[in-house]
Design a protein around this ligand. Structure first.
Ligand code: NAD
Ligand code: HBS
Length: 257
């Protein structure tokens, strides 16, 4: 296979797992992250495994950066086939205390980042005259809205909406746009969410918030990055050619939609 994928926020966490699975599937990979140290060490790991990979540092909330990420793919590997808007951040705060700064920051990264990544990828697919796949990180919080995660949940609902609109506009170009909606995965994001939720609740010990959320999963275990990567791998493949505009939940049975 000679296909090329960009995965944003792939220095660590779910993005790294997704990039690794796509590399195993045969994609040439552009790793992307704001954290240069994590990015470089992940790039090295991939190269040691023999995967064809390059990396590019940047902030997904900046529109021009996505043009650069796409250009990196084209300059390095000749084309773009799949663009995964994975990077995202969390904010844990009571609704009444959530600040203007927090709202602007989380919307800039989680929502504007997806908008700009989708625009840059779609432009490239149209220039190539090829089909293309755009995959956006949504969440169970894009289907259900959580206490203490009001701002975050709103961003993930917005990602679902952007996925729907983009899929309708780009269908005639043979560009599909879908979202993957993870449940509760033990990445650094959940380490932070747990620590913050515990801070706001005197009755909670570290680990309690994560235990409470993951304890409700029907399949009886929390999510691994590989569980998310398996869904993204399918959505990035030709087998998903007839699927567009969907926000598909992978959560072990937690939010039933
Ligand atoms: N962990 C979960 O349980 C969970 C559940 C549902 C959805 N998600 C979503 O999946 C995605 C990945 O989550 P994760 O758990 O791996 O998070 P994480 O915080 O563990 O990792 C996110 C990665 O994105 C990078 N990043 C952050 N801001 C960035 C920016 N502005 N530009 C570029 N890179 C940036 C970070 O440096 C980090 O490497 C996010 O969009 C998140 O909202 C996660
Ligand atoms: C972090 C996330 O999206 C869910 C709530 O686990």
């Amino acid at each position: 296979m000679n296909k090329v994928a960009v995965v944003t926020g792939s220095g660590a966490g779910l993005g790294k797992g997704i990039a690794l699975q796509l590399a195993k599937d045969g994609f040439k990979i552009v790793l992307q992250d704001i954290n240069e140290d994590a990015l470089k060490s992940t790039e090295e790991e991939f190269k040691n495994e023999g995967y064809e990979v390059v990396s590019v540092v940047g902030d997904v909330s900046k529109r021009d950066k996505h043009t650069e990420f796409v250009k990196t793919a084209v300059d390095s590997f000749g084309q773009l086939d799949v663009y995964v808007n994975n990077a995202g951040i969390d904010i844990v705060a009571p609704f009444i205390e959530t600040t203007e700064e927090q709202m602007n920051k989380i919307f800039a990264i989680n929502v504007n980042g997806v908008m700009f990544g989708t625009q840059a990828a779609a432009k490239q697919f149209m220039e190539q005259g090829s089909k293309g796949k755009i995959l956006n990180a949504c969440s169970i919080a894009g289907h259900e809205s959580y206490e203490m995660l009001g701002a975050y949940s709103a961003t993930k609902h917005a990602v679902k909406s952007l996925t729907h609109s983009a899929s309708k506009e780009f269908a005639k170009e043979n560009i599909t746009v879908n979202a993957y909606c993870p449940g509760v995965a033990k990445t650094e994001m959940w380490d932070r969410i747990d620590a913050e939720m515990v801070k706001y609740n005197d009755d909670m010990e570290p680990g309690d918030a994560f235990a409470e959320f993951s304890g409700a999963i029907s399949l009886g275990r929390y999510q691994e990055p590989q569980d998310v990567a398996n869904l993204v791998s399918f959505l990035a493949s030709d087998k998903a050619d007839y699927i567009t505009g969907q926000a598909i939940v992978t959560d072990g049975g937690l939010v039933y939609r």
